[in-house]
Design a protein around this ligand. Structure first.
Ligand SMILES: Nc1ncnc2c1ncn2[C@@H]1O[C@H](COP(=O)(O)OP(=O)(O)OP(=O)(O)O)[C@@H](O)[C@H]1O
Length: 242
């Protein structure tokens, strides 16, 4: 049994199969890139794993536990956390309050000072602990992304789903971001990351899975995938931004 098992996952939006019979698995402690051209179904797959959307059919299991059909709060309790492509922070709340929410509703339930401690640890991991009482709405874009990641980490996940978390960062921020993801992975977190920045994928992920038009077209070592004719033609056939 693998740690995360996705078996024949399907998501149908009317006549569109955004995720079309996708199967792959992740072992505990792996860091895997989820690639594919724009519109290939990557975010939809992340939505199925995290419970943001129900699957039309198929099975998704974490550690043997069936996630398909569970509400998203139950999936968070099972140990799945994610970041969103468009950050979802609460601007009128402080950084600490933003992060405490997921410390309360994450894998473990923390209250009061205990939730504060977990939230502060998560803010510390992303380099924001000194600004814990600032309003989230006053943060720069990169710091909002850091806060979004802290929210996911305060849920104390076993698996972290990153949806283009590195997008929009300048070169210095990007290398800091890559170092942070590496540190989280080295700390034992299993990570599935949707990412268009191929240098970052090469730096972090020994293995990638690649989607095109909803289907999985490759599941292989990163170097092999990036020179795989199927993968190259998928990118050339779509919007090339990788
Ligand atoms: N809620 C929805 N309702 C209808 N169609 C949707 C919905 N969400 C996504 N889609 C469609 O499903 C397909 C896959 O979209 P998805 O966002 O998963 O792609 P993606 O690979 O994450 O793209 P990108 O790299 O641009 O973020 C697209 O055609 C998209 O328009």
């Amino acid at each position: 049994m693998s740690f995360l098992e996705i078996e024949n996952a399907v998501k149908q939006f009317g006549g569109l199969r955004a995720v079309d019979d996708v199967s792959f698995s992740l072992e505990r402690g792996e860091i895997v890139g989820l690639l594919g051209p724009n519109g290939s179904g990557k975010t939809t797959l992340i939505n199925l794993i995290s419970g943001a959307l129900p699957a039309t059919s198929g099975d998704i299991r974490l550690n043997g536990m069936q996630l398909t059909g569970l509400r998203r709060d139950r999936i968070a309790r099972a140990g799945v956390a994610r970041t969103f492509q468009l950050v979802r922070i609460l601007p009128s709340l402080s950084l600490m309050e933003n992060v405490m929410i997921t410390a309360v509703f994450g894998r473990n339930t923390h209250w009061g000072d205990d939730a504060k401690r977990v939230a502060m640890d998560a803010l510390d991991m992303v380099g924001l602990s000194a600004r814990a009482t600032a309003a989230a709405g006053d943060l720069t874009y990169i710091d909002q992304k850091r806060l979004e990641l802290a929210r996911a980490l305060a849920a104390e996940p076993e698996i972290l789903l990153l949806d283009e978390w590195l997008a929009g960062l300048n070169p210095t921020e990007l290398s800091e971001g890559v170092a942070l993801i590496r540190k989280l992975h080295q700390g034992g977190l299993t990570i599935l990351m949707v990412e268009h920045i191929i240098d970052a994928v090469r730096a972090l992920c020994p293995r990638v899975v690649v989607m095109n038009s909803g289907q999985l077209i490759a599941d292989e070592a990163t170097d092999a995938a990036l020179s795989d004719p199927k993968v190259i033609s998928a990118y050339l056939g779509g919007d090339v931004d990788a």
